[in-house]
Each structure stands twice: as C-alpha cells, then as structure tokens.
Write a new protein. Structure first.
Length: 537
C-alpha cells in the first residue's frame, strides 16, 4: 500500500495499516516532519484513537491538558466552560482537550511506525497516479531520479493542494473567507492560569491564547485590516502566505488580547487565508483521500487535525482487512458514505461558529457584542450546555447510524449501532472496557444483563463458533452482571450483545435469549468478513 503524505492523517493511516501486518510505504515531498507547532488541539476522540495504538499516555505526557475554556470581555472573566467535571468523565477516558504541537504529534507517529519497520521517504514527490483497476501505478521523484511504484491501493493524504486529487480529476469546491488569520507561537511575560484556553471577545471577533508547552503560547485569531499584507492569490490552501512583523504582532497582543503582561519573543508567526472546501468524492477505484486532501475548513474549534485522524482510522481497518483477504471489498464503499457525511457536518458547524466569532456583518457584530456578552455567562453555567459543547468539540458525537457497515436494529435506549463505543470502568480489571478495543479486529461484548434473559453458559455457546468462523478474528468478551457501571453505560438491563468495529464504533446491538437469536449477528458479520472454508470429513 502506498500512502502519499506524512502529515497526521497519512501517518495515522500507515500506522493503523501496519498494525495489521501489511506492507506500507509512505512518501512525502517535504524534507522531514514539520518543525512548527502548526495545529495544536487534540481532542478526546483522537486521544481514544491514539489509545488504540497504545500512544495516548505518551501523547498526554508530551502535551498540556486543557481542562477549561475561559471567555474574557474587557479584561474581566466573563465565563468559564469546563472540559472536565461531573457528567463529562463518563463519556471518555480523556475528559479534556490536549494542547500538543503538530510537530510532537507527528514525531510520536513516526516513532511508532519505525517499530513496525516503516520509515518515511522524505524529499519524494508524487508526480502522477493511474488506477489500473487491479492495482495503482504512481510515479514518484526524488531529486533527479524517477521511480515507478505499483501498489494494490493508494491513500492520498497530501493536503489541500493534493496531487493525488488533481491526477484523478476530483473537484474541490467551496468558499474563501474574507478574514485574514494569524497563528503565532510566542514567549509571554504574563500571568495566565495553566490548563486554560483563553478567548477574548473584541469588536473584531474572538482572539485566543493557549499554552503549548516549554513556556510557549499559541496566539490565534483574525487580524484587523491593515495589520499585515493581504494575499494576492486565491489558491485553496491554509498554508501560510506571509509573516507578521514583530512590532505589529506586539501591537495586536497589547490592543486585542486584554491580558496583563508583555510579549517577550516570537518563535514563529504566519498569516493565513481560510477556506472551506470538500472533495466531490473521497474515493475512486483503488484510491482514497483523507485529511486536507478530502476537506479543509476554518479553524473554529480546532477540528482539522482530529477530523483527518478520524478519516484515517475509519479507512485503515477496512483497507487492512480487505488487503489481507479477510473482508469483502464492498466494505470499502462505506468509507465515503461515513466520512463525507461527518466532514460536511463539521464544516457546517465550524462555518457557523466562525461567522459568529469573526463575522463583520452588522447583525453578527450586534449579536456578538450585545447579546452574546450578556448570555455567555448564564449559558455556560448550565450542565446541558457544558455537555453539548464538550461533545461537539471532542468529536465524541460522531456516529455512523444508517451506514451499510453497521446493522439496522431496534431503537432500544440512547445507544445505537453506528455510535462510538463509550468508555466505562471495569471493576474486576481496574481498567476500562476500551482496553479490549486495543486488540485488532471486531470485538463482541456479551453483557449478562442486570436482569438476565440468557445465562452465562448460553452466552458462551452463542459466542463459541465466532472465533473459528471468520478469517479475521472476532474476539468475545463476557461482561458479568457484577459490572454494574458497564451494564448501565451500555443499557444492558437484559442480556445484551454489542459488536464493536475495529475503529471503536458499534456495528450491532442485540438482546438474545438463546443461540437462535444470534442469527442477526452472524448475518451482519457474513456480509462484512470472509468465512473460513469448511473442511469436509
């Protein structure tokens, strides 16, 4: 398999595929991993994906947990929105956002890939792609040397200017925002509370500051007209087009951030043009697009890196099982069905948030300066609002209900097939039910039930044939009713089976009373996985 692009989404795709034992090659035109912080916010769902790889604890140690969002107005604390606390921890093992520079995020994945014998071919540029049906041909160039590469499948993770997308003739349509954005990594002599993302409401919109480690802070927001050069091009990319002079940056800090202290040093600062675009297709034949190659959007909520890693995790297990001859090729079609819908939803949400944060329309400015100032404090005190905000930012809301890769089933309780499998503690192991998801392949959680409708012995007989039926392992885990917290989280008042996909989303929920009631589970898995040939005696 060939992965073009060694950013977060490309590296995550390669790592997830390599875990299944497949050969993968990664090429990138850059000299090496990014050295700047670039994207910094890693949300809870992405930390759960890293947990599947066994990398979450390392990432947490490398970054700064962000437990609160503070909104300021005229240097007064207007509101504080917790990203942890009562009612939030139960959603995930990681009830926070993590400020982790993209450079460290990528380095973590590169190191993990090396453990599987995979290294990135830097300074290697893709020039052409041709899908031959039975395989994909690619021309790559390193210096003056060209090489013809043949791969069974190719993943384009090569950013907003994607060569893969251009070679395949896939349109990339959307809009461009009039605002000019600024990202700056600076050293501050300022008293800022730790573990907080600080937003300041100004007439021009919100500006923000967040710690990124080693005494450095990220400043972000839209710069006022005249603060820096405007771009003379309209190319669809979030790449920086110019730097902001240090005196201008200091002026921006003093006049707009309304925080006590001085800007001492500038590590990196760049101006950006923001776009919102999505590819007409996320796949064609044996070629797939992930991350910025498939979609770009404005930076509201820090969703971009996380959306790309979600693409990678959704796609990789399907590619791995199909490539190893363990699953049917038809499962690959569900990638676009599931992830394009998610991307469009996030683009819609970030568009609305961006317009509220930075819009120059008179009505929007009135809402922001008059109405929002009055409502932000009482609204953020409401537990329901806090839960909703965390759920949206963390991407734990993402569900694939209705996808062909999940089973249709009865609407019993709030948890449905397609939803993310939630975290819950396991008393008997002092761990989490998510620990079992670190294993590759499908996992079948068999809950005895608070009021059982099937015995543990019957559950054992129901699951006995699954490990030997399919070429891809389906692991069975019996959860006794003594695990009351897990039963409550998964709505298992009666005996319940929950089939979890390799990406941590629920494929099927059922409530069997005996071995015959397992037929919907078998039917679903038979539609996804290849069965072992029967040996005639």
């Amino acid at each position: 398999m060939l992965v073009v692009g060694a950013g977060p989404s490309g590296l995550a795709t390669a790592l997830a595929v390599a875990r299944y034992g497949l050969r993968v090659r990664v090429v990138d035109h850059k000299d090496g991993p990014v050295e700047q912080a670039r994207a910094t916010m890693v949300h809870a769902r992405t930390l759960e994906y890293l947990d599947h790889f066994g990398l979450a604890d390392h990432a947490m140690a490398q970054g700064t947990p962000i437990t609160h969002v503070q909104v300021y107005d005229q240097n007064r604390g207007s509101a504080e929105l917790p990203l942890a606390g009562r009612g939030i921890e139960g959603r995930t093992r990681f009830p926070c956002a993590l400020s982790l520079p993209q450079s460290k995020f990528e380095a973590t994945l590169v190191t993990a890939l090396a453990e599987y014998g995979v290294s990135v071919d830097w300074n290697t540029r893709l020039e052409d792609v041709t899908d031959h049906g039975h395989n994909v041909g690619a021309t790559v160039r390193r210096g003056a040397q060209r090489e013809q590469v043949v791969a069974r499948r190719l993943v384009g993770a090569d950013g907003a200017r994607s060569t893969v997308r251009r070679c395949l003739g896939i349109a990339f349509n959307g809009s461009t925002y009039p605002q000019i954005g600024l990202l700056a990594d600076v050293a501050l002599d300022a008293r800022l509370p730790p573990n907080r993302l600080r937003l300041t409401l100004t007439r021009g919109g919100f500006v923000g500051v967040v710690p990124i480690g080693d005494g450095t802070y990220r400043l972000f927001g839209a710069v006022p007209p005249g603060f820096g050069p405007t771009p003379s091009w309209s190319e669809t990319t979030h790449d920086p087009y110019a730097q902001l002079a240090r005196d201008r940056l200091r002026k921006w800090w003093r006049e707009y951030f309304q925080a006590d202290g001085e800007l001492r040093d500038v590590v990196w600062a760049s101006l950006f043009r923001f776009h919102s675009c999505i590819a007409d297709r996320f796949s064609t034949g044996n070629v797939f697009l992930v991350g910025d190659a498939a979609h770009i959007h404005n930076p509201a909520g820090g969703q971009g890196l996380n959306l790309g890693v979600g693409d990678a995790t959704n796609l990789a297990w399907k590619l791995a099982l199909v490539s190893s001859g363990e699953a049917k090729v038809s499962i690959l079609r569900s990638y676009e069905t599931e992830r394009r819908r998610v991307a469009r939803t996030i683009m819609h949400n970030t568009d609305r948030g961006f317009k509220l944060e930075l819009g120059g329309n008179a009505a929007v400015m009135w809402i922001r300066m008059r109405l929002l100032r009055r409502l932000v404090r009482p609204l953020t005190r409401l537990p329901l609002v806090r839960k909703i905000v965390f759920r949206i930012l963390s991407q734990t809301w993402i569900s694939y209900r209705g996808s062909p890769a999940v089973a249709a089933g009865p609407a019993t309780g709030s948890l449905r097939a397609g939803d993310r499998a939630p975290h819950t503690a396991l008393a008997t192991t002092s761990g989490s039910i998510l620990d079992v998801l670190r294993q590759s392949g499908y996992q079948l959680l068999m809950f005895e039930g608070i009021s059982p409708t099937a015995s543990l012995g019957e559950l054992g007989r129901i699951g006995a044939e699954l490990p030997e039926r399919y070429l891809s392992p389906v692991r069975v885990h019996v959860i006794p009713r003594a695990e009351t917290a897990a039963h409550e989280t998964y709505g298992a008042h009666h005996t319940r089976v929950v089939l979890v996909r390799p990406d941590g989303h629920i494929a099927l929920i059922g409530e069997p009373r005996g071995p015959r009631d397992i037929e919907p589970l078998i039917t679903h898995l038979d539609g996804i996985l290849l069965t072992r040939p029967r040996v005639l005696t």
